[in-house]
Design a protein around this ligand. Structure first.
Ligand code: AHM
Ligand code: MG
Length: 342
């Protein structure tokens, strides 16, 4: 009689995967692995809070206090606090920067400073929470370049090509953590019954050309003509290519994740009202561009590679065209440094 085994042959937790990756680098000190473990822990804590969204008011009883008498906070503030508290004491970071904070976040007195800087958007797309649409956390890690022990502005203002790790967590129908350390892109799905991220999407490759176009075209009236012409191309209106399928959640991590797996392009151009676009270079564009490239895709601001931009400020914004390589190359047929049709 054949015995059917329901247990998987091999279960790879994120911890095991990180350890195995680290062994590929005999010179590695383990500090970056430590940063990644702590991020996975923060992701589980945030996932837990996001799952309770909508219940907080009910459980809290009134608008300002929860049952413990603590002030209730918006989820993006909670996620920001979780990230800082999960990451500030490990001895691996020299400072952090968050989309939610105006300045660099120092490591508190009494804790050791390490050699990495962490940048993050704790809960991207948080305006979608009230309507139960996926949100995400995005992170980027660079190595410290200044001499002292505390992180300084110069450490954060490095081009994205210097990232040593980047990733995102998507709080969707399941919670997934996707990251790269420059050795491909790997995705882990949270098994809530055991509280572990398990390897579910090893070595993600994005299709060379995709079927999805993600853009908020309510801004069309504010776009320059070359951007409008580009959109007509993607929509098959100039007869050159097949029309792409428009899919726009309005939650960057969700739009990016779908296009990473299915192929396509995410577009957030500059427009007359926001001449530098909306999305932040250090917290959103750089980490996702690193992932896109590692998966075989590309990312551009319309004129140059996102990862080659030299940042001049912490909260700098950038136009963003990111996804399948052939679809990003099409951007450069329409946009030139002068901003006119080529
Ligand atoms: P946030 O960081 O304030 O949440 O804003 C970023 C979000 C992205 O998730 C999304 O891609 C974009 O804003 C949507 O903007 P818009 O509503 O202008 O299309
Ligand atoms: Mg954001």
């Amino acid at each position: 009689m054949n015995v059917v085994h329901n247990t998987p042959v091999s279960v790879v937790t994120i911890e095991r995967f990180i350890i195995e990756q680290e062994r590929l680098y005999p010179e590695a000190s383990g500090e970056l692995s430590g940063v990644l473990y702590d991020l996975a822990l923060a992701a589980k804590m945030i996932a837990n809070k996001v799952r309770m969204a909508g219940l907080v008011d009910i459980l809290g009883g009134n608008e300002t206090e929860n049952v413990q008498g603590e002030a209730q906070q918006k989820l993006d503030v909670i996620a920001n606090d979780i990230m800082i508290k999960a990451m500030d004491h490990g001895g691996r970071l020299c400072a952090m920067a968050s989309e939610e904070e105006p300045d660099i976040i120092p490591i508190p007195d009494g804790f050791r400073c390490g050699k990495y800087c962490l940048m993050f958007d704790p809960l991207d797309g948080s305006s979608n929470i009230d309507v139960n649409v996926p949100v995400g956390t995005i992170f980027s890690v660079v190595r410290k370049v200044t001499r002292g022990s505390a992180g300084e502005m110069e450490d954060f203002l490095q081009p994205g090509r210097r990232q040593v790790a980047a990733g995102y967590v998507i709080y969707g129908s399941s919670t997934m953590l996707v990251y790269t350390t420059g050795q491909g892109v790997h995705g882990f799905t949270l098994d809530p019954s055991i509280g572990e991220f398990l390897l579910s999407h090893p070595n993600i490759r994005t299709p060379e050309r995709g079927k999805f176009l993600s853009v908020n075209d309510s801004y069309e009236q504010h776009w320059e003509e070359p951007v409008r012409a580009l959109m007509r191309r993607y929509r098959g209106m100039d007869g050159v290519q097949k029309a792409m399928n428009v899919r726009y959640v309005g939650s960057l991590v969700a739009d990016f994740h779908r296009n990473l797996l299915g192929g396509g392009i995410f577009v957030y151009p500059a427009n007359a009202k926001s001449p530098r676009g909306k999305l932040r270079l250090l917290y959103e564009a750089n980490p996702l561009a690193f992932i896109a490239e590692q998966a075989g895709g590309a990312a551009s601001d319309g004129y140059q590679r996102i990862l080659d931009i030299n940042p001049s400020e912490l909260h700098q914004r950038t136009p963003l065209y990111m996804g399948s390589k052939a679809d990003v190359e099409t951007v450069h047929e329409f946009l030139t440094p002068a901003g006119v049709t080529a």
